[in-house]
Design a protein around this ligand. Structure first.
Ligand SMILES: NC(=O)c1ccc[n+]([C@@H]2O[C@H](COP(=O)([O-])OP(=O)(O)OC[C@H]3O[C@@H](n4cnc5c(N)ncnc54)[C@H](OP(=O)(O)O)[C@@H]3O)[C@@H](O)[C@H]2O)c1
Length: 322
């Protein structure tokens, strides 16, 4: 079992979970079922991943077969950008819960701090970034305060046990903390040796917000988009320094990358559809790196961000990490 992180909401969150982005809906039910069998208890989903129905089927099968009880699982989902207007939040959460076949999410996050114009699920689901499904970006007027207040209502109505944020940076977090009646339990961010974001981590620590790292393997997740700055870099798992450290502990380079994050207090949510690698990823907390090795890996930092809209599509109208 993975260790847990105590959230400021009072709940325990597994420190190692399973990421569901780009898990093909054709295999998602089996992948989730197999991951539960392998010992995963946290699943990181989202409306945008387009596979919540199938992931829910995997969960249902595991529960039906007695592998696990609902309360032993920690299911995370996220509010997509087109549902930030206050009257859109609860209905879409109810739809997402119905898709999963669940009564509550353990954690529900604002996926990105940008509000886009509403697209009805009957028009297109998941809606994606573009209003017309092709190239048009239309922003909505919802403020983060409006959206956060609607998120707080989800806790009050029992639809989410904890709420949090993703892809937020320091300025906006300081602002949100001014009005939050319920503080964000977690902050989910891109985090790997090429993007350490130490000041953001310091802020989260000081404010008692747990941090979850996504894309822990750096460029690995972005090669399939043929992202040029991902393709050009030496993959972290093939880097000689990382490989040398891994050999010292008799571990896989992937486990070293995950341990570097968990040992510094973060949660991780690696995605792998392969049985052997998903098991290896889960077993990444039963050894300790030396302080020196942690510092060596941290020194890879180059401030390289892969997961930003302007890396995906040419529509130059959305610079949310600007
Ligand atoms: N909040 C956000 O905006 C946001 C953004 C991105 C991601 N996320 C979340 O974070 C999760 C993880 O991030 P991610 O999916 O971008 O990337 P990741 O977990 O860093 O990497 C996934 C890639 O690495 C491969 N891989 C996984 N384990 C491996 C291992 N032990 N050895 C070799 N290759 C391995 C996978 O291939 P195989 O599947 O073929 O093994 C896949 O290509 C996502 O699934 C999602 O839940 C959130």
């Amino acid at each position: 079992m993975a260790p847990v992180i105590k959230l400021n909401s009072g709940y325990d969150m597994p420190q190692v979970g399973f990421g569901l982005w780009k898990v093909d809906s054709a295999v998602a039910a089996d992948v989730v079922y197999n991951a539960i069998k392998a010992g995963y208890r946290l699943f990181d989903g989202a409306c945008d991943y387009g596979n919540e129905v199938e992931c829910g089927k995997g969960v249902a099968r595991a529960i039906q077969e007695g592998l696990v009880k609902r309360e032993e699982l920690f299911i995370v989902s996220k509010l997509w950008n087109t549902f930030h207007d206050k009257e859109r939040v609860e209905p879409i959460v109810r739809k997402q819960l119905a898709d999963w076949g669940l009564e509550y999410f353990d954690l529900y996050l604002i996926h990105f701090p940008v509000a886009l114009e509403y697209v009805d699920p009957s028009v297109r689901y998941p809606p994606g970034w573009h209003y017309d499904g092709k190239s048009e970006i239309r922003r909505s007027n919802a403020t983060i305060q409006e959206t956060w207040t609607a998120m707080e209502s989800l806790v009050e109505s029992g639809l989410a046990k904890s709420i949090g944020i993703s892809n937020f940076q320091a300025q906006l977090i300081y602002d949100l903390l001014r009005y939050a009646k319920i503080r964000p339990a977690t902050l989910q961010i891109e985090h790997h040796p090429f993007l350490v974001q130490q000041e953001l981590l310091n802020l989260a620590k000081q404010e008692g917000i747990a941090v979850t790292a996504y894309s822990s393997f750096g460029p690995a997740s972005f090669l399939e988009f043929n992202m040029q700055h991902a393709v050009k870099l030496t993959p972290l798992m093939e880097d000689e320094t990382i490989k040398k450290i891994a050999a010292k502990y008799n571990r896989a380079p992937s486990q070293v990358l995950l341990r570097w994050a968990t040992q510094r207090g973060l949660a991780v949510i690696p995605k792998s559809v392969r049985q052997e690698t998903m098991i290896s990823n889960l077993h990444c907390t039963d050894f300790d790196l030396s302080d020196e090795d942690i510092a060596t890996i941290s020194s890879f930092d180059r401030g390289i961000r892969f997961n930003q809209p302007s890396n995906y599509f040419p529509t130059e109208l959305l610079w949310i990490f600007g």
